[in-house]
Write a protein that binds this ligand. Structure first.
Ligand code: BGC
Length: 254
């Protein structure tokens, strides 16, 4: 690395997804990964104990030695407690994720929703930087995650991926997982995404929509097919936003 990074400007970020658990030490001055990204497959079933041990394994493999970490989970998280479980094992519901992960890793942890983490990172370092209006970040992956900001302030746990569109939970028709499973090409998939974006824009009037999640790497193939009232841009931090946002959340909590 060409620059010096002191301990105060780094933190460990972990992003738990439906298919992989990813982590890296993050340089919070630059908003970039400071170490290589470690990825281990999400255990199946993704029970709290199995996921917590994998988180500890990812943390160890990054070379991290403390003192704190942030962990993004694909669920509603309030005061350290998980409240929903659309794409992880149902045993997570009402589970004290903060205590479990802290004892598995041996350090205090800040837990938050994965899309909220990605949104925080994009607002600080990426596509939402300097945006004062209403910003909506949507992550397209195993599910659809959402993060909403107004004046740079997050409204946590918005869960707009579960909006009902044409009688169906939106993420069951328009997530990146569904695109892959049903073999939809971009024109086919974006018809569904446009139905979804239209429904979202009927209830929320964002000034800017940021498209994130794994699929945002391929934005050149589909972004021009999306029709929105708001400006729409790809996530600048791509699939690293969750890791960077988790690290940022832990730094902000201390
Ligand atoms: C969950 C959200 C999560 C999103 C992306 C949804 O199924 O309900 O909490 O942010 O998936 O992982």
């Amino acid at each position: 690395m060409a620059h010096d990074v002191d301990a105060l400007s780094t933190a460990l970020g972990i992003d738990v997804g439906g298919s992989g658990i990813k982590g890296a030490i993050v340089d919070l001055n630059l908003g970039e990964l400071h170490t290589d990204r470690i990825r281990i497959q999400t255990p199946q079933p993704s029970t709290p104990d199995a996921v917590a041990s994998t988180i500890a394994e990812v943390a160890a493999q990054t070379g991290w030695t403390g003192p704190t970490l942030g962990c993004a989970l694909p669920a509603v998280v309030k005061d350290g407690i998980v409240r929903t479980a659309a794409n992880i094992d149902a045993d997570w519901i009402d589970f004290d994720a903060q205590s479990l992960i802290a004892s598995a890793v041996g350090a205090p942890v800040t837990v938050l929703n994965d899309a909220d983490a990605a949104g925080m990172a994009e607002m600080r370092y990426g596509a939402g930087r300097g945006e004062k209006g209403v910003v909506l970040l949507l992550t397209f992956g195993t599910g659809i995650g959402s993060a909403v900001f107004s004046g740079g302030v997050l409204v946590p746990n918005t869960e707009l991926g579960h909006l009902e569109v044409d009688g169906v939970d939106a993420e069951m028709r328009a997530s990146a997982r569904v695109q892959e499973e049903e073999g939809l090409d971009y024109p086919e998939w974006t018809i569904r995404v446009n139905r979804y974006l239209n429904a979202v824009e009927a209830i929320l009037w964002p000034d800017l929509i940021v498209i994130g999640g794994g699929i945002s790497k391929q934005h050149a193939e589909f972004l021009h097919l999306l029709e929105t009232r708001a400006r729409i841009v790809p996530a600048a931090l791509r699939n690293h936003a969750g890791i960077i946002g988790a690290a940022l959340a832990c730094k902000e909590a201390t």
